[in-house]
Design a protein around this ligand. Structure first.
Ligand SMILES: *Cc1c(COP(=O)(O)O)cnc(C)c1O
Length: 402
């Protein structure tokens, strides 16, 4: 970027000129990528320690995923759900088995999976639990991030996500994250679901107290309330297990999946639950033109295949220990706190030294891409194909900017 012939400034200006400013990207213009590395338009290489907010768990252009996509592109890409295609059952069957659930409902984006989960929980509440019509309540946690639709931002506690987008969808109760007493007090006879992230990503990679989810599970079972785990960012290997909630020894009633499910190639999301829950939907009551399309299913099937080996979960667990050990050694040396599990870390930078934004800008100068969140916190989430040496290198750059 110091090079006078650099293509980056022009490309940045064009991006600014032609788009709504709903993002504040780092001044990097990426042209190609492979594995854990991206290259910008000037040929500068960066280690990607954001990995598309975990949409790139298997790295950029994983060979197996690219091959599956290419093969499908040459055969069939879209049918709509008006017809069945030959990739559909394979994907839904393999994903249902990965989740240990009876059924899968494929959608596209994470927000759509959350919306689907909300609709299913409400319908289940009326038809199965017997909640009076229009009275269904869903309990969520403060600091949540579940997406950007009008209903989802209705129960956000982030003013930036919410302000000026009302009127808001009713039917949600917000309690502090990780506080079982508050959750217990909030669950009433009309509560149909508790919707939680097993680890709150956008909030700064917040891990709840040990035993919290076991308590939530017991409460939900006792009160006949669905436990919905939003594993869109935390799931599919990120934390060292297939699902982050596994660390708590808990099985939710419904998984919401997205991000890495599309292999970094196409948007693929899904809801997984047993027949007693997902079976409440009848033809015409919910759908999506692109949901479960052949290309998405072909890629998604390959994603499930990669996860079935357990290799990526193990890598995340092993390399996560390495990452966290090194980050913890920086506490008191410019870092105030480190949270997370597996290859996922929320790092609180000493605000007297750097803001989160300054930290990620300086990391980018040194060839490491990461993202700040809320003030002085930065998030590190490299693709699970990252090597031990690349982790050491990235942490060394972080130590250097501090
Ligand atoms: C990213 C995310 C979503 C929304 O996914 P989109 O594909 O951006 O709609 C929902 N929940 C969590 C936990 C997420 O991280």
């Amino acid at each position: 970027m110091t090079d006078l012939d650099s293509r980056t400034p022009g490309a940045l200006a064009d991006a600014e000129r032609w788009t709504a400013h709903n993002y504040h990207p780092l001044p990097v213009v990426i042209a190609d990528a492979e594995g854990a590395w991206v290259t910008d338009v000037d040929g500068k290489r960066y280690l990607d320690f954001l990995a598309g907010y975990s949409a790139l768990n298997f790295g950029h252009r994983h060979p197996g995923l690219i091959a599956a996509a290419h093969a499908q592109l040459d055969r069939l890409t879209l049918t709509s759900r008006a017809f069945v295609h030959d990739q559909f059952a394979t994907f839904c069957h393999s994903l249902a088995q990965l989740c240990g659930k009876d059924l899968v409902l494929p959608m596209n984006t994470g927000a759509e999976a959350v919306e689907t989960g909300i609709k299913v929980a409400r319908k289940w509440g009326y038809q199965v639990k017997g909640v009076p019509d229009g009275q269904a309540e869903i309990v969520v946690a403060a600091g949540n991030f579940h997406g950007r639709t009008t209903t989802i931002i209705s129960f956000s506690t982030d003013p930036e996500a919410r302000n000026d987008f009302g009127p808001y969808t009713p039917g949600f109760t917000i309690v502090p994250y990780g506080d079982l007493d508050a959750l217990t007090a909030a669950v009433g006879p009309n509560t149909v679901a508790v919707l939680l992230e097993p680890i709150q990503g956008e909030a700064g990679v917040l891990v709840p107290p040990t035993g919290y989810f076991a308590g939530v599970r017991t409460l939900c079972t006792a009160q006949n309330v669905l436990l919905i785990a939003d594993e869109i960012q935390s799931g599919l290997g990120r934390t060292g297990k297939t699902f982050a909630i596994e660390h708590e020894g808990v099985v939710p009633d419904m998984y919401l999946l997205g991000k890495a499910l599309g292999g970094g190639i196409v948007p693929v999301s899904a809801v997984a639950a047993d027949r007693a829950i997902l079976g409440v939907l009848k033809p015409g009551e919910h759908g999506s033109t692109f949901g479960g399309n052949p290309l998405a299913c072909a890629v998604g099937t390959e994603v499930v295949r990669l996860l079935e080996t357990g290799e990526f979960q193990q890598r995340s667990a092993d390399l996560g220990t390495r990452l966290h050990t090194q980050l913890n050694a920086l506490i008191g040396h410019g870092i105030d706190a480190v949270r997370g599990r597996g290859l996922w870390a929320g790092v609180d930078i000493d605000p007297a030294r750097l803001s989160g934004r300054q930290a990620v800008e300086r990391l980018a100068d040194r060839g490491i891409l990461a993202k700040d969140t809320h003030g002085s916190t930065i998030r590190l989430a490299p693709p699970l194909v990252v090597t031990p040496e690349e982790i050491d290198h990235a942490v060394a750059q972080l130590a250097a900017i501090l």
